[in-house]
Design a binder for this molecule. Structure first.
Ligand code: HEC
Length: 220
């Protein structure tokens, strides 16, 4: 619930996505798909003047306002899209190998999700340091207490030892990944995995301790 509530809003998509987490721990720069398409010279038939007008519009901070701005006349982005794109990118288009069905550009609601570039800045280093300070100092002793209690149970040693080993490696890997993800976004997957191992093993050990407490004492 914490991950969900805390990180959900980093990208504009509902729910917790990997972009939310990569954004929070590494930062994400996504160029608008319309801009990348135009920059790679798609469609080749588009005149340079219209291409420049569209790129200028996408790079401006008036994407919503100018989309069908009447003052722009024929140079309004909606007009250029209608002239140069809709023969393929329309729900009723016959050209374009069906791209009009998967990526229609008929209405602003179609265009909008493709028109904005996003920049998600990672959590500032000072905040990450404060968070590490709080979490490392709390989770380390928590793991030690859980380990000590687990060692006092009558469960087989291999099970308890493996559980403690995984819990410790999980915690170390998770805290390390918070910082390593600054340099390489692959570590975001590292922190998801090792965080799950730490949480999972802590839960399993706590359950094992609870069960051990509830069991009748062994006769010696
Ligand atoms: C002749 C048909 C045709 C026209 C005209 C056309 N497109 Fe496309 N478009 C396609 C096809 C087919 C694809 C999928 C294959 C590809 O990516 O090249 C596509 C893909 C795209 C993509 C997907 C992203 C990408 O880079 O692959 C975007 C965005 C796009 N078009 C925008 C536009 C815009 C904006 C215009 C008008 C300025 C336009 N298209 C005009 C046929 C067309």
């Amino acid at each position: 619930m914490h991950m969900h509530g805390h990180y959900e809003n980093r990208d504009e998509k509902a729910g917790l996505t990997s972009t939310d987490l990569v954004g929070a721990y590494h930062g994400v720069q996504r160029v608008a798909p319309l801009q990348t398409a135009l920059e790679r010279h798609h469609p080749p038939e588009l005149s340079n003047a219209d291409r420049d007008l569209l790129l200028k519009w996408l790079r401006s901070d008036r994407v919503s306002e100018d989309y069908d701005n009447l003052d722009l006349g024929d140079a309004a982005p909606a007009e250029i899209l209608a002239r140069s794109c809709l023969q393929c990118h329309s729900r009723r288009a016959t050209a374009g190998d069906g791209i009009g069905k998967t990526m229609p550009l008929d209405f602003y609601d179609d265009v909008k999700p493709l028109a904005f570039s996003r920049q998600i800045n990672p959590t500032p280093v000072a905040v990450l340091a404060a968070s590490t300070h709080a979490h490392a100092l709390a989770l380390g002793p928590l793991a030690i207490v859980v380990a000590a209690l687990a060692l006092s149970t009558s469960w087989p040693r291999w099970f308890i030892h493996a559980g403690i080993l995984l819990m410790g490696l999980g915690l170390f890997g998770d805290l390390a990944s918070w910082w390593l993800a600054r340099f390489d976004p692959a570590f975001v997957w590292g922190l998801i995995l090792t965080g799950a191992v730490f949480n999972g093993m802590t839960t399993i050990l706590l359950l094992a301790i609870g069960i051990d407490l509830a069991r009748p004492a062994e006769k010696r």
